[in-house]
Design a protein around this ligand. Structure first.
Ligand SMILES: *Cc1c(COP(=O)(O)O)cnc(C)c1O
Length: 384
């Protein structure tokens, strides 16, 4: 089976991990700041904090902003459940904005309309989480303008998007957001096995994020309430968590980051071949707006009405042909945990239509030309 996504772990990564295992520190040593420096260099953000997962990153991002009971968090339904679960962890209410039928990201027109209605009703959100689906940035200038108008805060869920650009700036630079979050799960662009990072340019948020990932503890006297009574002294000044990344993971991540540009170029070469080879099939291929360069985490295809098979049949036929297609995402409001909150499918017509048609086909940096050809031939067999 050719998987839809796969990590690449060459000898250099193994050497970097082994060096940490043989060193004095296997967690909270020098590999963490080295990995964070690589993320800051890539994103140009002022601050980057490595954590145990993007889920943890989303959680402390919400906590740092002060999201709590009675507050509202809005996000896209076309995402992994972690984007909205972060709001629930904080006791906030969660709502979803339908997607744009061309980009599959949160519809900014729908967001603008919902904000206008919420302002009248006195139900504005505290946090909006745009998700850069498949590595394609949302139009952050427009979201930033709405943020300024309505006064919410923006956490970019950039789990798919390390190495992507938005209007000639790297995703994670945060010119139109408060915080950006990346995932380093093995299926994403670069990996630390499990891992996440938050970036921000806001010094006050950075101070809180740094403490929230490690129990709410600080060793910086400037942040303490009392004078230190010795060099051993630390203070817990808020309720944080143990969301730290290990040095073993950070070393893997730093080694992976040296190949980020090559990874994104390889994904674009595969996209170009797919675009050309699949254009005559009854499929909607992923649109790429010219004001961004996607990190291409996924290559989503949508099955048109004139195709000989529906999505379920095509899924089975392609899996039988050894193509590890996947469906991403089941709209979050369909999950029983969320449906129990009263969400109705009729309120999300674009997400419903997308979910009925979507397949992700293999897309990862080391996918060989021979395997690309196998994928292309299988798609022609099924849809030709
Ligand atoms: C993978 C993913 C997450 C969660 O990432 P973890 O690192 O596995 O916690 C969150 N949001 C999106 C959009 C993702 O794809």
């Amino acid at each position: 089976m050719i998987p839809y996504g796969r990590q690449d772990i060459p000898q250099a990564d193994l050497d970097a991990v082994m060096a940490v295992l043989k060193s004095d520190f296997i967690t909270q040593g020098p590999a963490i700041p080295a990995f964070e420096a690589a993320i800051k260099a890539q994103t140009t953000a002022n601050h980057a904090f490595a954590v145990s997962s993007a889920t943890a990153a989303l959680h402390i991002a919400c906590l740092a902003i002060g999201l709590g009971p009675g507050d509202r968090l809005w996000t896209s339904p076309n995402t992994f459940v972690a984007s909205s679960n972060a709001g629930l962890y904080c006791g906030a209410d969660v709502d979803f904005i339908d997607i744009d039928p061309v980009t599959y990201n949160m519809s900014i027109d729908a967001l603008a309309a919902k904000l206008e209605a919420a302002e009248r009703a006195g139900t504005l959100p505290k946090v909006v989480i745009p998700v850069h689906f498949a590595g394609q940035s949302c139009d952050m200038e427009r979201i930033g303008a709405l943020r300024d108008k309505y006064g919410f805060q923006v956490i970019e869920d950039a789990s798919h998007a390390i190495g992507g650009d938005y209007r000639d700036q790297p995703v994670g630079a945060c010119p139109h957001s408060d915080i950006a979050v990346f995932s380093f799960h093995p299926v994403k662009i670069v990996t630390t096995a499990e891992g996440g990072v938050v970036t921000t340019n806001d010094d006050a948020l950075a101070e809180r994020l740094a403490m929230l990932r490690t129990h709410g503890i600080t060793r910086d006297p400037a942040l303490m309430r009392n004078a230190p009574d010795g060099p051993w002294y630390y203070e817990q000044v808020m309720l944080g968590l143990n969301y730290r990344m290990t040095d073993i993971q950070a070393a893997l991540g730093a080694s992976q980051m040296t190949r980020l540009g090559a990874y994104i170029d390889a994904r674009h070469a595969i996209r170009a071949r797919y675009d050309a080879a699949l254009s005559d099939l009854p499929l909607t291929l992923p649109h790429q707006p010219d004001w961004q360069r996607s990190a291409l985490h996924l290559y989503p295809i949508l099955i048109r009405d004139d195709a000989p098979m529906d999505r379920a049949q095509a899924f089975d036929a392609l899996r039988a042909a050894g193509i590890g297609v996947n469906v991403l995402y089941i709209p979050v409001y369909r999950q029983p945990w969320y449906a129990d909150m009263g969400f109705r499918r009729e309120d999300f017509p674009a997400a419903e239509d997308y979910y009925a048609r979507m397949l992700a086909i293999p897309m990862f940096a080391t996918l060989s030309e021979a395997d690309q050809d196998t994928v292309i031939a299988a798609l022609h067999d099924v849809f030709g």
